[in-house]
Design a protein around this ligand. Structure first.
Ligand SMILES: Nc1ncnc2c1ncn2[C@@H]1O[C@H](COP(=O)(O)OP(=O)(O)OP(=O)(O)O)[C@@H](O)[C@H]1O
Length: 838
């Protein structure tokens, strides 16, 4: 936009210029400008600038002015009567009392079904788009899409013969040297996107706001704010007058104009209006008592609670909302401005839109994507019906309170302090952001130091497109303030933005988008494949690698999208069961997280190796030799066989190893099993034999043990008999044939055992017994034993402890012992006698 004329046209000046400083900023201006004017907005309101009450109690709410404005509000049409006609208009009180009007609103978003309040090109009445909006102005595709803040300067008209600022050069403003503090240095020159003068608001709107309003309609968060010294023209620029509507009313007209120009979409528009007064946020649309009792809080990432939002369906409804808010705003007469804004005011329009479709009543089965819209404090929102995604953006129009010097009034001074503090914080926030952007730093930004910066945080962090209009008073008396404003403007120009469209996408739409892309990619891939043989011959080795890389990229993108489709479908399918996420493959949720992780890792590795194999096989397929047209049948067959082999390999990879490699694996396994089963049976047999043998040994050893115990008892009995025999003097030395017969052994005692033994060992031992030995065991030839040691001493020790030394050699031991006995005739003789143990 070109720079506006430095001085207003005479015709404009002769018109009543609504500049009404209570205390003149310069003598010239004060004498010539009217002291008070009646203003009205482009929306047709008769809002009058008047001196406001000084305290919050005296806010203008339920005055006669309210009553009169109520009369202008159109009646609310019956609910749902707009089918085919325009939507109902909000705000009409049910009873015609001002208080109920303020207390409740039929268009409060929490009471409205958004589907019933949609606006589209058919519902916008021609009157809602006035000729004031230059619809013919073609906005380039990049309107408002700069990553920089759009910074413009508006110079308020003055009647001073000697303004302090020179703005003759385009988009430039500099101080005339005579007004500089020091004449030694040249005063700085400031360059901005626009430098605008005059009282015409239309060019101002087109230059600084229109692009951002359209960007908001297009899905970008947009913010337009006026900054400047008190009485420099911020409210005049934002709200304007009846003759010169400001940015807000023009923007609202433009919104409806945009909707009328966009037949493909339908919109849900919601308004809110708030102010920051003495570091407290008040809802200007809520009933004043409620607003005072429950100030608005900023939560989390900038959510405002509680904040009343009203659905607007026409320009009339916007007008009503604006008027209501205006009435509740705090303004007061100051030394410089008869109706000075004592607060920062923020008018917000939330724009939700989606592609036009059938009305919900016509599509009762219209699917609402679950989970895409979390419940919002303000009530229901536009839904992503029938695969149509929803774009959401916020247009914020902000009229800041003006920076000012201390005044004579105590209350004004207090307010001024809050205003100045928050503006200073805004300045330092902007300064830090600019510094961070310039030096690529990430220094802490003091957003939380004031409500204003906290409110603006999401936008200033780069989330919105920003247009700032800095207003200045060109008089020599305001050089310091104007310089400060220009420095602020220069700093904010350096802030980096990165606004993105906010779109809530419907799952169906998303899947459809992915499918389309996959289709396109596959087409591309097959095109490349078709060209590949010819191209491969032309390409160098390096280029061939690049080519295969490109193919690989295409393939992986296809895979990625396929996976995304799976995920989207999964999300969709899982809507019935929120407790457990659905999954395309079955997952055992009882597995430990570690096991699951391992499973995942293994599957990933498998996937990776399979995809790389697919790619290499595909590359091989691509580089296959071309068959000449006159090739023989054999050649063709050979090539077909080769290709079939490659395809088979490819299938193996694709279908998985299990199916294809299973047969050979089974054969190997059977062989191995057979071999090992034979070995195992052999081993089992051997083991059984050994066990039987061991059992027999144990049985025999048991028997032996019992026998030995009996023998021991007999031995003891014999020993005592021998001792008794000796004590009677019938020792072996004088052993003569005697008629003394020892007592017969007890039945089944030693004699029986002895007889048994004798029987079993008859073959090995030749007992030296006399004929009657059997009937008289005591008739022994003891003479041969005379020189022998005692029988007890003679008994080998090992023979008594042999029970503990069981071994498989037992039989041989027994045999040996028999042999030993046969070698010892004396012992054999004894052993052959009854009562004498071995
Ligand atoms: N460009 C302009 N053309 C004509 N009149 C103007 C212009 N700028 C400001 N005025 C008039 O100057 C007076 C003060 O302007 P305004 O109230 O807009 O200042 P402000 O910056 O909003 O002040 P404050 O910060 O105190 O609210 C108003 O009467 C307004 O009509």
């Amino acid at each position: 936009m070109s720079t506006m004329a430095s001085t207003p046209a005479p015709s404009k000046l002769t018109r009543s210029v609504p500049f009404t400083p209570k205390r003149p900023l310069s003598f010239a201006s004060s004498s010539e400008l009217p002291s008070a004017i009646k203003t009205s907005s482009v929306l047709g309101s008769t809002a009058k600038k008047f001196k406001a009450a000084l305290s919050s109690e005296s806010r203008l709410r339920t005055t006669a002015a309210t009553k009169s404005s109520l009369a202008t509000v159109p009646a609310t049409p019956a609910k749902k009567s707009f089918e085919g006609t325009r939507p109902r208009t909000p705000g009409t009180p049910r009873s015609q009392t001002p208080t109920s009007h303020v207390a409740t609103s039929d268009m409060d978003v929490s009471r409205i079904d958004p589907e019933d309040a949609l606006v589209d090109f058919q519902t916008v009445e021609p009157g809602d788009v006035s000729a004031d909006i230059d619809e013919a102005t073609i906005l380039g595709p990049n309107y408002g899409k700069e990553d920089k803040v759009l910074v413009s300067i508006r110079i308020r008209p003055t009647t001073s013969a000697h303004p302090a600022w020179d703005h003759s050069a385009q988009r430039t403003i500099k101080l005339f040297p005579q007004y500089a503090k020091s004449t030694a240095t040249t005063p700085p020159e400031f360059n901005f996107d626009e430098v605008i003068t005059g009282s015409e608001n239309r060019p101002v709107y087109n230059a600084v706001a229109r692009g951002h309003v359209c960007a908001a309609m297009d899905g970008y968060n947009s913010i337009i704010f006026a900054y400047g010294q008190t009485a420099s023209g911020k409210t005049f620029t934002l709200s304007g007058t009846e003759d010169q509507p400001g940015i807000i009313p023009r923007a609202m007209k433009d919104v409806f104009g945009y909707i009328r120009r966009t037949p493909t979409r339908e919109y849900l528009l919601r308004c809110s209006y708030l102010e920051i007064y003495n570091e407290t946020i008040y809802d200007l649309l809520a009933p004043p008592s409620m607003s005072a009792a429950q100030p608005v809080q900023i939560q989390g990432s900038g959510i405002l609670v509680p904040l009343r939002e009203e659905v607007v369906t026409s320009l009339k409804s916007v007008k009503e909302v604006l008027e209501r808010g205006e009435r509740n705003r705090r303004t007061a007469s100051t030394d410089w401005n008869e109706r000075s804004s004592r607060s920062h005011s923020v008018f917000r329009l939330v724009v939700e839109s989606r592609e036009r479709g059938e009305k919900r009543s016509e599509t009762p089965s219209g699917r609402q994507t679950p989970g895409t819209r979390p419940p919002t404090p303000g009530g229901p929102r536009l839904q992503t019906i029938g695969g149509r995604s929803v774009q959401t953006s916020v247009l914020s129009l902000i009229d800041l309170a003006g920076s000012e010097k201390a005044t004579s009034d105590k209350e004004r001074t207090r307010e001024g302090k809050y205003i100045n503090t928050s503006l200073l914080t805004l300045g330092s926030v902007i300064g830090t952001l600019a510094e961070n952007a310039a030096k690529n730093k990430n220094d802490h930004v003091p957003y939380r130091n004031s409500k204003l910066t906290r409110l603006l945080q999401p936008s200033l962090s780069g989330d919105a497109r920003i247009s700032v209009i800095c207003t200045i008073n060109p008089d020599a008396t305001a050089v310091a303030e104007s310089t400060s404003t220009l420095l602020f403007a220069q700093r904010i120009k350096r802030v980096q933005l990165n606004a993105k469209k906010k779109e809530i996408v419907d799952t169906d739409a998303l899947i459809e988008r992915y499918r389309k892309e996959i289709e396109e990619l596959k087409n591309k891939l097959s095109e490349r494949e078709a060209e590949a043989p010819a191209r491969t011959r032309r390409l160098s080795a390096r280029e061939q690698i690049d080519e295969s890389k490109a193919m690989k990229d295409l393939n992986s993108r296809i895979q990625q999208l396929t996976k995304l489709i799976l995920t989207s479908q999964t999300v969709d399918e899982s809507k019935g069961d929120e407790s457990r996420p659905a999954s395309p493959s079955k997952v055992d949720f009882d597995m430990s997280p570690y096991q699951l992780q391992q499973e995942l890792l293994a599957t990933r590795l498998q996937l990776e190796s399979q995809s790389s194999q697919i790619l290499s096989l595909e590359a091989a397929l691509l580089s296959r030799p071309e068959l000449p047209p006159d090739a023989s049948e054999t050649e063709k067959d050979k090539l077909i066989a080769e290709q079939a082999k490659t395809i088979r390999e490819l299938e193996i990879v694709v279908c998985g190893y299990e199916d294809n490699l299973g047969e050979p694996l089974r054969a190997v396994r059977e062989d191995v099993e057979k071999e090992w089963v034979g070995k195992l049976e052999e081993e089992v047999k051997k083991r059984e034999e050994k066990e039987a043998w061991a059992a027999e040994l144990v049985r025999q050893l048991d028997k032996e043990k019992k026998l030995r115990i009996k023998l021991e008892e007999e031995r003891r009995a014999l020993a005592s008999f021998v001792n008794k025999f000796d004590s009677l003097g019938l020792g072996f030395s004088s052993a003569l044939p005697s008629k003394l017969k020892p007592a017969k052994p007890t039945p089944g005692g030693a004699s029986a055992t002895f007889a048994e033994r004798q029987q079993s060992r008859a073959a090995n031992v030749a007992p030296a017994i006399t004929e009657d030995a059997e009937c008289s065991p005591a008739r022994v030839d003891f003479s041969s034993l005379k020189a022998q040691p005692s029988l007890l001493d003679q008994m080998p020790e090992e023979e008594w402890c042999i029970m503990d030394d069981v071994s498989f050699e037992m039989e041989s031991v027994r045999h040996k012992s028999a042999v030993t006995r046969s070698e010892n005739p004396d012992k054999n003789i004894l052993s052959s006698k009854e009562n004498i143990p071995l």
